[in-house]
Design a protein around this ligand. Structure first.
Ligand SMILES: NC(=O)c1ccc[n+]([C@@H]2O[C@H](COP(=O)([O-])OP(=O)(O)OC[C@H]3O[C@@H](n4cnc5c(N)ncnc54)[C@H](OP(=O)(O)O)[C@@H]3O)[C@@H](O)[C@H]2O)c1
Length: 257
């Protein structure tokens, strides 16, 4: 496992060569960009998501990356993080295909934004079960495998919404605040096994998250998926003595009002 101090430069780099990463929600948006960066830096990467079509679409594009010299191998698995058996299957597939797991990026997430009095029970449950329980299921499945490898990383993609709640975002803000607390507790449980746990908490990112239309998603003031992927990759490069356990990233000039 090589998680630090590798060679420089994107494209053909071997910075994470020999490492295996699992990226939940890797079929589009932030997860796909993180997966692409890790592949370019030499990691073998398994991406998951509910839609087999979206995974196939990602897999049809990513070979341009995996075909480069020094790039890692890609695997896809259709799986719903809300189902514990699916989480187990994702980790088992990575072990069967690549021999283990060193990096787990818990990125899969959804948002439903309505006033509490108007929110359906189903929408509430989907947000909490995906953004919070799903992370628990994936961590629970991955930790024994990370321990077998002698350590690794769990990076949970949180949100500034976890620290700065807003009206009509109760479910989403609560899910991400819960994720912050979950991550801080887990970090203390597994640190002496060599497993580092971090939260990366972005502000607004230009993706199709929660049904954002393309025009809105592409607003120039927003972070890009590359900005977030850069933070994740930089985090993973820290020397083993160092643990940036929570990183916030926000647009430097957010929309006013
Ligand atoms: N975009 C933002 O402004 C922003 C800001 C802060 C934090 N975040 C966080 O960043 C993460 C990624 O967001 P994004 O903007 O990249 O969203 P996105 O473009 O909508 O992508 C979400 C990904 O998660 C997958 N997913 C959703 N529900 C899932 C489930 N139950 N099981 C497995 N995979 C599931 C989706 O695939 P399927 O639909 O096929 O399952 C997709 O691959 C989320 O945790 C989000 O809360 C986003």
């Amino acid at each position: 496992m090589t998680l630090e101090g590798g060679k420089e430069a994107r494209g053909g780099s071997t910075r994470f060569a020999g490492s295996v990463a699992v990226v939940t929600g890797g079929s589009r948006g932030i997860g796909r960009e993180v997966a692409e960066s890790l592949l370019q830096y030499g990691a073998d990467v398994l991406i998951s998501g509910r839609s087999a079509e979206a995974l196939a679409e990602a897999a049809s594009v990513l070979p341009e990356v995996t075909g480069a010299a020094g790039a890692g191998r890609l695997e896809t698995v259709a799986a719903d993080v809300r189902r514990p058996a699916d989480a187990e299957r994702v980790i088992k597939t990575a072990v069967d295909r690549f021999g283990g797991v060193d990096i787990l990026i818990n990125n899969a997430g959804v948002g439903h934004f309505e006033a509490v009095a108007e929110q359906s029970v189903d929408d509430w449950a989907q947000v909490i079960e995906t953004n919070l329980s799903g992370v628990f299921y994936c961590c629970r499945a991955a930790i024994p495998v990370l321990r077998q490898r002698g350590g690794g990383w769990i990076v949970n993609i949180g949100s500034l919404a976890g620290s700065y709640p807003f009206a009509n975002g109760a479910a989403y803000c609560a899910s991400k605040a819960g994720l912050d607390a979950f991550s801080a507790a887990l970090m203390q449980e597994v640190r002496f096994d060599g497993i580092r746990v971090s939260v990366v908490a972005p502000g607004s990112v230009g993706t199709a998250f929660a049904g954002s239309d393309d025009r809105h998603a592409a607003a120039p003031w927003k972070l890009t998926v590359s900005d977030v992927a850069q933070v994740v990759v930089d985090l993973l490069r820290h020397e083993s003595r160092s643990l940036p356990s929570r990183v916030e990233i926000r647009p430097s000039q957010p929309r006013k009002g």
